[in-house]
Design a protein around this ligand. Structure first.
Ligand code: NFA
Length: 103
């Protein structure tokens, strides 16, 4: 005879096995100083994009102020934000990379 606790545990396990994790957008913000070529390199290196797609996204950020690089689980998104920010600062660029939860 299963206890109430065992039923609740079973429901919790089922929920974690069937509910997709919340997803997070990784977003680049425009600035006046970071070179376009550096932004394209970042998009290729950290987001696995071909040069054509990386250039499209860079130009969207440049003209519209922001652009989505990719959508990931929280831990993956946070690592990308850290890696991009570290790389930009190492090259003394002010490039801003943020993450925001998908609605
Ligand atoms: N606006 C930057 C420039 O004119 C280019 C840039 C694009 C910066 C995308 C940051 C993000 N050099």
């Amino acid at each position: 005879m299963a206890t109430r606790h065992q039923h609740e545990t079973e429901l919790a396990v089922r929920a974690t096995q069937t509910t997709p994790p919340p997803m997070w957008r990784v977003v680049l913000l425009n600035d006046d100083f970071t070179p376009m070529d550096f932004v394209v390199m970042v998009l290729q290196t950290f987001f696995g994009l071909e040069i054509e797609r990386a250039t499209q996204i860079m130009l969207k950020v440049h003209t519209e102020g922001r652009g989505i690089c990719g959508v990931y689980p929280q831990d993956v998104a946070a690592t990308k934000v850290s890696d991009v920010t570290r790389c930009a600062r190492q090259h003394q660029h002010p490039l801003q990379c943020i993450m925001e939860i998908e609605e």
